[in-house]
Design a binder for this molecule. Structure first.
Ligand code: 13P
Length: 251
């Protein structure tokens, strides 16, 4: 039985005031527990605030990126052990915005994942195809290359303490959600790919969906057998939306 995970990705949004309002509402809404795990992945400067506000609550938190290096002369980078000091449980690696805009390839993403796990963070490994790749019929090749690079670099066992987020690039921030069937097909492909290396691990592995998830479409996505929750961008900035998505995951 896989417990669903709903993780917010705030991206480059938030302010001290807005965060306080949002997190107070989330804490109140999730205090009684809703039968799923929840977390927010926030910009680095807000980690102190988020730690102070969420400590002792059922809501976890994390960052949106991490350095592949443990320490050293890497101006602007943030290490996994620093994130641990701020109580992070999770960190996103390989988000499509970083792959596309910051030139991150699957090997670098694998090394970031290694760095995260060395500091006991749970990486949320983001994979997904662009619209051109989907239309070109190579969705499966793209996601298996992205996951395959991690398996080659770190071994399949690295996925035992990780979450995979399938985020079709064409569904991110566009309002175009993959249909539950479209998403399920790719999630099943991913699970099958991992099962080819380790069946038991694949059955435990949480594969969450991201791309225009909202309170209004979450339940039908989460009803699919291989969709184990969501990675939520825009809707994670709205307390009612995020709580609605968590409620759908807890059903
Ligand atoms: P949206 O939910 O805004 O489409 O963003 C998805 C995403 O990129 C989460 O990582």
């Amino acid at each position: 039985m896989r417990t669903k995970l709903v993780a917010g990705n705030w991206k480059m949004h938030g302010s001290l005031t807005a965060n306080e309002t949002l997190l107070s509402a989330l804490k109140a809404g999730l205090a009684a527990g809703v039968g799923c795990e929840s977390a927010v992945c926030v910009p680095f400067p807000f980690l102190t605030q988020v730690q102070a506000l969420l400590q002792g609550s059922p809501i976890g938190w994390g960052a949106q990126d991490v350095s592949e290096h443990a320490k050293g002369a890497y101006t602007g980078e943030v290490s996994a052990s620093m994130l641990r000091e701020f109580g992070c449980g999770y960190v996103l690696v390989g988000h499509s915005e970083r792959r596309a805009m910051h030139g991150e390839d699957s090997r670098l993403v694998a090394r970031k994942m290694r760095a995260a796990q060395a500091a006991s963070l749970v990486p949320i490994l983001c994979v997904g195809e662009t619209l051109a790749q989907r239309e070109g019929g190579v969705t499966e090749d793209v996601v298996t290359e992205q996951i395959g690079a991690v398996i080659e670099e770190l071994g399949v066992g690295s996925l035992a303490c990780a979450v995979i987020a399938y985020e079709p690039v064409w569904a991110i921030g566009t309002g175009k959600t993959a249909s539950p069937e479209q998403a399920q097909t790719v999630h099943a492909t991913i699970r099958g790919f991992v099962a080819g290396r380790d069946q038991a691990l694949a059955e435990q592995l949480r594969i969450v969906y991201g791309g225009s998830v909202k309170a209004g479409n979450a339940a039908e996505l989460f009803a699919m057998p291989d969709i184990d929750g969501g990675l939520v961008g825009g809707a994670s900035l709205d307390a009612n939306e995020f709580l609605g998505i968590c409620a759908a995951a807890g059903q």
